[in-house]
Design a protein around this ligand. Sequence first.
Ligand code: 5GP
Length: 238
Amino acid sequence: MKKKEFLYEGKAKKIWTTDDPSVYLVEYKNSLTAFNAAKKDSIEGKGRLNNLISSALFEYLAGHGIPTHFIRRIDEIHQLVRAVKIIPVEVIARNITTGTLCKRLGVEEGIRLPRPLIELCLKDDALGDPLITEDHALLFGWTTEEQLNKIKEITLKVNSLLSEYFLSLGIVLVDFKLEFGTDGEGNLLLSDEISPDTCRFWDRDTNDRLDKDRFRKDLGNVLGAYEEIWRRISGSGK
Ligand code: 5GP
């Protein structure tokens, strides 16, 4: 399937329509941003790795009953997805304290939470994706109650599936961000990407950061971390 009309360019991906109105074509870019795009760079090969990693993870989740927008990867940097309207609420799941949670609340870093913590943020770059409550999402009509309940249920299931999967690869899934959309028939689908750009991965044995924190915190060898995630996933037969 070929690119038809250019639709949208985000910080990490470009989206085109295709001959099939229910299918979009996504291109993964090499650009890397952090702190609401205040910090930017481009790393050759990053788009390819995120496309490979996200495709494999979406296939894994679909195989375990998660409804997703993913159709198939078509080459190193492109994939086909169901055309969805994105719900403007980013869902974050956390297993271990770090990042903005610690900054915002002053809690210590590295504490394993007794159960996963779910946070909602409004997807709005101009406002810096502010944290919102469930009531904000419902009262301003960003999601329906039925969607929100499903979103929370799917997020927890994704967390347990991916936590177990990554642990089998020697990686701790610390936290991650999900996005959801609705297709033409109103089905709620897990959308966007799942990659080292959107997750925090810590090596189980060394605590090495294997994700975008290497870029955020200038830890060096960003591409090497993404390559290591792909090396372990591709070696797992998933
Ligand atoms: P934090 O709120 O601590 O910065 O991020 C929590 C988790 O969600 C991290 O895994 C982070 O990568 C992901 N995350 C939160 N907001 C965004 C976002 O706007 N873009 C991306 N790519 N990831 C995000």
